[in-house]
Design a protein around this ligand. Sequence first.
Ligand code: PEP
Ligand code: MG
Length: 320
Amino acid sequence: LKQNALRHAHQPAVTLDGHTIEVAANIAHTQDASEAMNNGADGIGLVRTELMFTDRQTMPNVQEQQAHYQAIVDTMVDKPVIIRTLDIGADKELSYVSMPKEENPSLGLRGVRLGLARTEMLDAQLEALLHVKPTRSCRIMLPMISDVSEVKQVRERLVHIATQLGLTDLPELGVMIEVPSAALLADQLSEHVDFFSVGTNDLTQYVLAMDRCQPELASRLDGLHPAVLRMIQIATQGAAKHNKWVGVCGALAEEPLAIPLLIGLGITELSVGAANVPHIKTQVRRLDLAACQTLVKTCLTLHSAQDVRQNVHAFLASLE
Ligand code: PEP
Ligand code: MG
């Protein structure tokens, strides 16, 4: 089975009824891009830039950042690379970025909120990203977006920096759906962004109000909870209003039981650990979109993540 998956790793993942699902890779370091490429990733769905710069004492300058981002885009040859702006705060810190002491860091100054509070950091990163060529391959993604006003503020900065550099060609700008308000407002956001990617790690934490770092809650922090699935459905329906695509780059994207549900909910890109790309493509190829949509309908009425798991388990067993 594994050999078979590897043989087809470089082919697209198409469902039985002919719908292509992009299977991309999540990476944190420049050198991880070649593993993604070798495993047949259709692109990079998430570069966690805050993890690229942890082994340093100072913030990398524009040229240093640009070199890292360009190296990833070069390795992926014409495949799209989604680079997320720094997501510092809560569970992710950089020793050289000073953070306020907070009672509830996960509800605090993190992700794009920090970027808009420390604009010199955000601007340097946007400038580095604007320099990457070709522009169409390098897409920018914003973490922890709550509403349209934040997107507008970042876009204004992006346009201003591009104008100063004499650049007219702007990269695509997308947002993470990981704050419930962004999921609820996806119909508004879809007019202002080029794409969405659901961060199920944080979205699950915020929908269920359970800290993702609390070990005693870990077993209940389940992205297959009907409330999380309903939240994702609101997001995909909102995105459809302006024909924007929605991916998933949280850990749920590589959970075998989640894949039929995500596809049934209208997700068209799954971004997973580079080593898992061939396996996830194999899973997609066994599925029928129409059947996944029927499965979702049932699962959204169930009362617990455990009931959803049982239901999907039976669905997958019936395919064998
Ligand atoms: C997520 O929240 O699901 C996500 C992909 O971002 P991170 O895990 O880096 O917070
Ligand atoms: Mg997140």
